[in-house]
Design a protein around this ligand. Structure first.
Ligand code: E4P
Length: 217
Protein backbone atom coordinates (compact mmCIF):
# COMPACT_ATOMS: atom_id res chain seq x y z
CA UNK A 1 0.00 0.00 0.00
CA UNK A 2 1.32 3.40 -0.98
CA UNK A 3 1.33 6.17 1.63
CA UNK A 4 0.44 9.69 0.52
CA UNK A 5 0.55 12.48 3.07
CA UNK A 6 -2.45 14.79 3.11
CA UNK A 7 -0.95 18.19 3.81
CA UNK A 8 0.74 21.24 2.29
CA UNK A 9 3.03 21.58 5.33
CA UNK A 10 6.48 21.30 3.78
CA UNK A 11 8.32 20.58 7.05
CA UNK A 12 5.95 17.73 7.92
CA UNK A 13 6.31 16.27 4.44
CA UNK A 14 10.11 16.46 4.60
CA UNK A 15 10.23 14.74 8.01
CA UNK A 16 8.08 11.81 6.86
CA UNK A 17 9.85 11.65 3.50
CA UNK A 18 13.23 11.24 5.22
CA UNK A 19 11.79 8.14 6.92
CA UNK A 20 10.62 6.67 3.61
CA UNK A 21 6.98 7.09 4.56
CA UNK A 22 5.95 9.30 1.63
CA UNK A 23 5.04 7.82 -1.75
CA UNK A 24 3.13 10.95 -2.72
CA UNK A 25 1.27 14.00 -1.42
CA UNK A 26 -2.31 15.25 -1.64
CA UNK A 27 -3.38 18.84 -1.18
CA UNK A 28 -6.69 20.64 -1.54
CA UNK A 29 -7.81 24.29 -1.31
CA UNK A 30 -8.41 24.00 2.45
CA UNK A 31 -4.90 22.62 3.01
CA UNK A 32 -3.41 25.41 0.87
CA UNK A 33 -5.30 27.92 3.04
CA UNK A 34 -3.95 26.24 6.18
CA UNK A 35 -0.38 26.46 4.85
CA UNK A 36 -0.69 30.21 4.27
CA UNK A 37 1.39 29.75 1.10
CA UNK A 38 0.91 30.52 -2.59
CA UNK A 39 -0.37 27.38 -4.34
CA UNK A 40 2.20 27.43 -7.13
CA UNK A 41 5.15 28.12 -4.84
CA UNK A 42 4.28 25.58 -2.18
CA UNK A 43 3.40 22.89 -4.72
CA UNK A 44 6.73 23.45 -6.49
CA UNK A 45 8.56 23.08 -3.18
CA UNK A 46 6.67 19.88 -2.35
CA UNK A 47 7.55 18.46 -5.78
CA UNK A 48 11.21 19.20 -5.12
CA UNK A 49 11.05 17.02 -1.98
CA UNK A 50 8.81 14.16 -3.13
CA UNK A 51 9.33 12.20 -6.33
CA UNK A 52 5.92 10.46 -6.28
CA UNK A 53 2.60 11.97 -7.38
CA UNK A 54 1.71 15.35 -5.83
CA UNK A 55 -1.97 16.24 -6.17
CA UNK A 56 -2.81 19.90 -6.83
CA UNK A 57 -6.49 20.78 -7.10
CA UNK A 58 -8.23 22.96 -9.67
CA UNK A 59 -10.74 25.48 -8.34
CA UNK A 60 -12.74 26.37 -11.47
CA UNK A 61 -16.17 24.78 -11.86
CA UNK A 62 -16.55 24.73 -15.67
CA UNK A 63 -14.67 22.16 -17.72
CA UNK A 64 -12.88 24.61 -20.02
CA UNK A 65 -11.58 26.59 -17.06
CA UNK A 66 -10.70 23.44 -15.12
CA UNK A 67 -8.72 22.15 -18.09
CA UNK A 68 -6.79 25.43 -18.35
CA UNK A 69 -6.05 25.39 -14.61
CA UNK A 70 -5.07 21.73 -14.76
CA UNK A 71 -2.62 22.37 -17.58
CA UNK A 72 -1.07 25.24 -15.60
CA UNK A 73 -0.75 23.12 -12.46
CA UNK A 74 0.76 20.25 -14.47
CA UNK A 75 3.51 22.60 -15.67
CA UNK A 76 4.80 22.89 -12.08
CA UNK A 77 6.55 19.51 -12.23
CA UNK A 78 6.30 16.16 -14.04
CA UNK A 79 4.97 14.46 -10.89
CA UNK A 80 1.86 16.63 -10.56
CA UNK A 81 -1.47 14.80 -10.44
CA UNK A 82 -4.21 17.26 -11.33
CA UNK A 83 -7.02 16.95 -8.81
CA UNK A 84 -10.55 17.53 -10.10
CA UNK A 85 -13.88 17.24 -8.27
CA UNK A 86 -16.30 14.46 -9.12
CA UNK A 87 -18.74 16.58 -11.08
CA UNK A 88 -19.76 16.18 -14.70
CA UNK A 89 -17.35 18.99 -15.63
CA UNK A 90 -14.67 17.35 -13.52
CA UNK A 91 -15.14 14.11 -15.44
CA UNK A 92 -14.85 15.97 -18.76
CA UNK A 93 -11.64 17.55 -17.47
CA UNK A 94 -10.38 14.15 -16.33
CA UNK A 95 -10.93 12.70 -19.80
CA UNK A 96 -9.13 15.55 -21.57
CA UNK A 97 -6.16 15.76 -19.20
CA UNK A 98 -5.68 11.99 -18.93
CA UNK A 99 -5.76 11.78 -22.74
CA UNK A 100 -2.87 14.28 -22.72
CA UNK A 101 -0.91 11.87 -20.53
CA UNK A 102 -1.35 13.82 -17.31
CA UNK A 103 -2.08 12.09 -14.00
CA UNK A 104 -5.58 12.92 -12.75
CA UNK A 105 -6.91 12.42 -9.22
CA UNK A 106 -10.71 12.59 -9.12
CA UNK A 107 -11.67 13.78 -5.66
CA UNK A 108 -14.78 14.21 -3.50
CA UNK A 109 -16.01 10.70 -4.36
CA UNK A 110 -18.83 9.44 -2.14
CA UNK A 111 -20.38 6.59 -4.15
CA UNK A 112 -19.42 3.51 -6.12
CA UNK A 113 -21.17 4.87 -9.21
CA UNK A 114 -19.07 8.03 -9.05
CA UNK A 115 -15.95 5.85 -8.87
CA UNK A 116 -17.13 3.84 -11.87
CA UNK A 117 -17.54 7.03 -13.91
CA UNK A 118 -14.09 8.30 -12.90
CA UNK A 119 -12.46 5.04 -14.02
CA UNK A 120 -14.23 5.22 -17.38
CA UNK A 121 -13.03 8.83 -17.76
CA UNK A 122 -9.43 7.62 -17.39
CA UNK A 123 -8.67 8.71 -13.82
CA UNK A 124 -5.27 7.73 -12.46
CA UNK A 125 -6.63 7.93 -8.91
CA UNK A 126 -10.11 7.93 -7.41
CA UNK A 127 -10.37 9.52 -3.96
CA UNK A 128 -13.29 8.16 -1.90
CA UNK A 129 -13.64 10.18 1.33
CA UNK A 130 -14.01 7.77 4.26
CA UNK A 131 -14.16 10.17 7.21
CA UNK A 132 -16.75 12.48 5.69
CA UNK A 133 -19.06 9.51 5.04
CA UNK A 134 -18.56 8.29 8.60
CA UNK A 135 -19.41 11.82 9.77
CA UNK A 136 -22.93 11.45 8.35
CA UNK A 137 -23.38 7.91 9.73
CA UNK A 138 -22.59 6.15 6.46
CA UNK A 139 -19.82 3.56 6.13
CA UNK A 140 -16.76 4.97 4.39
CA UNK A 141 -14.87 1.68 4.54
CA UNK A 142 -17.78 -0.16 2.91
CA UNK A 143 -17.42 2.22 -0.05
CA UNK A 144 -13.72 1.35 -0.38
CA UNK A 145 -14.68 -2.34 -0.48
CA UNK A 146 -17.39 -1.76 -3.08
CA UNK A 147 -15.06 0.17 -5.37
CA UNK A 148 -12.34 -2.48 -4.97
CA UNK A 149 -14.76 -5.18 -6.06
CA UNK A 150 -16.11 -3.18 -9.02
CA UNK A 151 -12.66 -2.21 -10.29
CA UNK A 152 -11.44 -5.81 -9.94
CA UNK A 153 -14.57 -7.19 -11.66
CA UNK A 154 -13.80 -5.19 -14.78
CA UNK A 155 -10.03 -4.75 -14.62
CA UNK A 156 -10.02 -0.98 -14.25
CA UNK A 157 -6.51 0.24 -13.49
CA UNK A 158 -7.60 3.44 -11.73
CA UNK A 159 -5.94 3.37 -8.31
CA UNK A 160 -8.13 3.59 -5.21
CA UNK A 161 -6.74 6.42 -3.08
CA UNK A 162 -8.50 6.14 0.26
CA UNK A 163 -8.92 9.73 1.51
CA UNK A 164 -10.38 11.61 4.44
CA UNK A 165 -8.67 9.16 6.75
CA UNK A 166 -9.05 10.13 10.38
CA UNK A 167 -7.69 7.19 12.37
CA UNK A 168 -4.96 4.57 12.32
CA UNK A 169 -7.72 1.95 12.20
CA UNK A 170 -8.92 3.43 8.90
CA UNK A 171 -5.43 2.73 7.51
CA UNK A 172 -5.46 -0.89 8.69
CA UNK A 173 -8.92 -1.52 7.26
CA UNK A 174 -8.02 0.09 3.92
CA UNK A 175 -4.93 -2.10 3.70
CA UNK A 176 -7.01 -5.22 4.43
CA UNK A 177 -9.60 -4.25 1.81
CA UNK A 178 -6.87 -3.61 -0.74
CA UNK A 179 -6.92 0.14 -1.36
CA UNK A 180 -3.94 0.92 -3.60
CA UNK A 181 -3.06 4.11 -1.74
CA UNK A 182 -4.11 5.88 1.41
CA UNK A 183 -3.66 9.57 2.13
CA UNK A 184 -3.63 10.74 5.72
CA UNK A 185 -2.55 13.78 7.73
CA UNK A 186 0.95 13.56 9.26
CA UNK A 187 -0.54 13.11 12.76
CA UNK A 188 -2.44 9.97 11.70
CA UNK A 189 0.67 8.46 10.09
CA UNK A 190 2.75 9.20 13.20
CA UNK A 191 -0.06 7.86 15.41
CA UNK A 192 0.27 4.48 13.70
CA UNK A 193 3.52 3.99 15.66
CA UNK A 194 1.76 4.24 19.02
CA UNK A 195 0.59 1.34 21.14
CA UNK A 196 -0.20 1.41 24.84
CA UNK A 197 1.64 -1.89 25.40
CA UNK A 198 4.75 -0.50 23.68
CA UNK A 199 4.71 2.44 26.12
CA UNK A 200 4.07 0.13 29.10
CA UNK A 201 6.77 -2.34 28.07
CA UNK A 202 9.32 0.40 27.48
CA UNK A 203 8.55 1.94 30.86
CA UNK A 204 9.18 -1.38 32.59
CA UNK A 205 12.43 -1.97 30.67
CA UNK A 206 13.68 1.50 31.67
CA UNK A 207 12.91 0.87 35.32
CA UNK A 208 14.65 -2.51 35.31
CA UNK A 209 17.62 -1.14 33.39
CA UNK A 210 18.10 1.63 35.94
CA UNK A 211 18.26 -1.06 38.66
CA UNK A 212 21.18 -2.83 36.90
CA UNK A 213 23.35 0.29 37.29
CA UNK A 214 24.85 -0.49 33.88
CA UNK A 215 25.55 1.77 30.87
CA UNK A 216 25.93 0.90 27.20
CA UNK A 217 27.77 4.11 26.27
C1 E4P B 1 -7.94 14.05 -0.02
O1 E4P B 1 -7.29 14.17 -1.03
C2 E4P B 1 -8.42 15.15 0.78
O2 E4P B 1 -7.50 16.20 0.70
C3 E4P B 1 -8.56 14.81 2.24
O3 E4P B 1 -8.27 13.47 2.49
C4 E4P B 1 -9.82 15.29 2.86
O4 E4P B 1 -9.81 14.94 4.23
P1 E4P B 1 -10.80 15.60 5.29
O5 E4P B 1 -12.17 15.04 5.05
O6 E4P B 1 -10.24 15.18 6.61
O7 E4P B 1 -10.74 17.08 5.07
Amino acid sequence: MKFFVDTADVDAIAELNDLGMVDGVTTNPSLILKSGRDIIEVTKEICSIVSGPVSAEVVALKADDMIAEGRKLAEIAPNIAVKVPLTWDGLKTCKVLSSEGKMVNVTLCFSANQALLAAKAGATFISPFIGRLDDINLDGLELIGDIRQIYDNYGFDTQILAASIRTANHVTQCALIGADVMTAPPAVIKGMASHVLTDKGLDQFMKDWAKTGQKIL
